[in-house]
Design a protein around this ligand. Structure first.
Ligand code: ADP
Length: 552
């Protein structure tokens, strides 16, 4: 939101009262969300109440519902879990419990509620909203509140924020906590890989996700895992042979480490559970490989929230308050989600229904549909994982060649981008060259053809394995063009920061002088400073912010 937009909202919530609670499983970033709702609420002039222990606090009332001030949420943005507590509350699933909750809110003049939780919590909030006027009527009949109070607070506005490490809610690109959980998983994979490589091991890593394979999928993508089991895409029958053959093949090509990632809810095509121990026993009995199972439990919820989660929660929390201010009895209850980099309002009922539909699709073995229902980004991650995990012979060999180079300062993610580009190009039948030391290396002929396996294991490595330099092409144009000719390079992929932009611009401007430069050129922005045009995020910036925070 622009600062002018924010300025217009100042004090527009005067006279209103907002309650905020966290419910269901905890997730890193919930505190940042509560902080944002509290402070934005205060900014717009509303009274903000924090409800402790989720719906249980709402039902019990008393000290569980506390008026907050600006300092109440000081120093919590960096904390994992939720400082106001979360609980599963049976009472709230009954009308009687919700009657108590309504009384506790209305007697404090609260008719705006922000719930941060999973789809269960949000469904509960919506039921509460639908019943609200009936609940108030009953309270009037019982003489617990006056008709005047009931009329004054006749409608309950609710807004949801999805706190869930599983990223299992349809309609939002990310849920609060998922990025931190992924960071935790990645740290553990990095730790295990060092020891596993030393001993030539296979390791089976089980991550959370009883119904949703997001964490398993993205950590498999991020670690270049050999095999992945997620509930949305059970393996074809006969997968045991295929998996063992693939592991054997990668060993025969010199790979010392195999990673298999499994979501805890992994199933076979017939709906039977696939367990991490079953996979281990399979690998041991068929291949005799030293195989270890690691089951990641609550550590995935633990630790501090990532920078992404803190920013996400702050952004969504601010929007939640705006949504409450703008709500009328006719606006459907909404959830604040993320689309691209923007906070968006989603209709709560439809989003919950779509989330449930994914489970129905899985139950009814409509697996392709389940993947589609998870959303574009899930589907995209799944396609990329499959494309990059295993080399299938290209349908046709093209006559085309591509050279890939890194330019400027190193940034985390450069190596993963090189691996991905190399493999995508090879899968399409192109010849691929990697170039050391940027444009300078291209001019010096540091150009080597690359194979699929040469980039194995590159996703988790920082810096630039190709070597990167800031030298611009103008200092070595003739030699650079000579090598484009010598190696018959038909396209250039430049991964880097501002020097990459400048360098490619120089090459484009020199096209009048050199026909060899009349080729497709493409840049992938990679700079920790995130200061290049055309993208909201450049490679390396997220890792850099996390690193900066952890050294504070
Ligand atoms: P999550 O929000 O993480 O999906 P749960 O499904 O356990 O977690 O829900 C958390 C709490 O939300 C429950 O303990 C209950 O108090 C409330 N809740 C869940 N579903 C409903 C419902 N259908 N009606 C009323 N309250 C509900």
């Amino acid at each position: 939101m622009s600062s002018a937009g924010l300025e217009k909202l100042r004090m527009t919530g005067a006279g209103r009262a907002i309650a905020a609670l966290t419910s269901g499983g905890d997730a890193q970033g919930m505190n940042a969300a509560i902080r944002a709702v509290t402070r934005m609420g205060i900014y717009v002039g509303a009274k903000v109440y924090l409800v402790y222990e989720g719906y249980q606090g709402l039902v019990d009332g008393g000290d569980n519902i506390k008026l907050a001030n600006w300092q109440s949420v000081t120093n919590i943005i960096q904390l994992g879990g939720t400082v106001i507590g979360s609980a599963r509350c049976k009472a709230f699933t009954t009308r009687e419990g919700r009657l108590a909750a309504a009384f506790n809110l209305v007697k404090r003049g609260i008719s705006n509620l922000c719930v941060c939780g999973g789809d269960g919590s949000l469904t509960g909030a919506n039921i509460f909203r639908a019943e609200w006027s009936g609940l108030l009527e009953e309270l009037v009949q019982k003489g617990r509140i006056t008709a005047e109070t009931a009329q004054k607070h006749g409608h309950l506005n609710i807004v949801g924020l999805v706190g869930s490490i599983d990223n299992d809610f349809c309609g939002t690109d990310m849920t609060i906590g998922a990025d931190s959980a992924l960071n935790r998983i990645t740290e553990i994979i990095d730790a295990i890989t060092t020891t596993a490589t030393s001993h030539q091991r296979t390791f089976v890593l089980e991550v959370m996700g009883r119904h949703c394979g997001y964490l398993a999928l993205v950590s498999a993508l991020a670690s270049g895992a050999d095999w992945l089991f997620i509930p949305e895409a059970p393996p074809e029958d006969g997968w045991e042979e295929l998996m063992c053959a693939r592991l054997e093949e990668s060993r025969s090509k010199g790979c010392r480490l195999n990673i298999i990632i499994i979501a805890e809810g992994a199933i076979s095509r017939s709906g039977e559970a696939i367990t991490s121990n079953y996979i281990k026993d399979l690998v041991v009995s068929r291949l005799g490989y030293d195989t270890r199972v690691t089951v990641l439990g609550h550590v995935q919820r633990g630790g501090t929230p990532s920078a992404f989660d803190r920013v996400l929660s702050s952004k969504l929390g601010v929007e939640a308050v705006v949504a409450l201010l703008e709500a009328t009895p006719d606006t459907p209850a909404c959830v604040i989600g993320l689309s691209g980099n923007q906070a968006v309002r989603l209709p709560l009922v439809e989003a919950v229904e779509m989330t449930k539909e994914v489970q129905r699709a899985m139950n009814e073995k409509r697996f392709e549909e389940a993947i589609q229902l998870r959303g574009r980004s899930f589907e995209n991650n799944w396609s990329i994982y499959k494309l990059l995990a295993y080399q299938k012979p290209a349908a046709v060999q093209s006559e085309h060649s591509i050279a890939i180079l890194n330019v400027g300062a190193p940034a985390a993610g450069m190596n993963a981008a090189v691996r991905s580009a190399v493999r995508v190009a090879l899968a399409s039948g192109h010849r691929v060259y990697i170039v050391n030391d940027g444009f300078e290396g291209l001019a010096k002929g540091a150009v080597n053809e690359v194979s699929w396996n040469q980039v194995a294991g590159w996703t988790g490595l920082g810096g630039s394995l190709l070597g990167t330099k800031r030298t611009l092409p103008s200092t070595c144009m003739d030699k650079l063009v000579e090598n484009l000719n010598k190696f018959s390079i038909h396209s250039l992929l430049v991964i880097g920061g501002f020097e990459a932009y400048e360098g490619v611009l120089e090459l484009v401007e020199a096209r009048g002088r050199y026909d060899e430069l009349c080729i497709p050129m493409c840049i992938i922005p990679a700079t920790i400073s995130n200061n290049v045009p055309g993208t909201e995020f450049s490679l390396g910036s997220d890792t850099a912010v996390n690193a900066a925070m952890s050294t504070q």
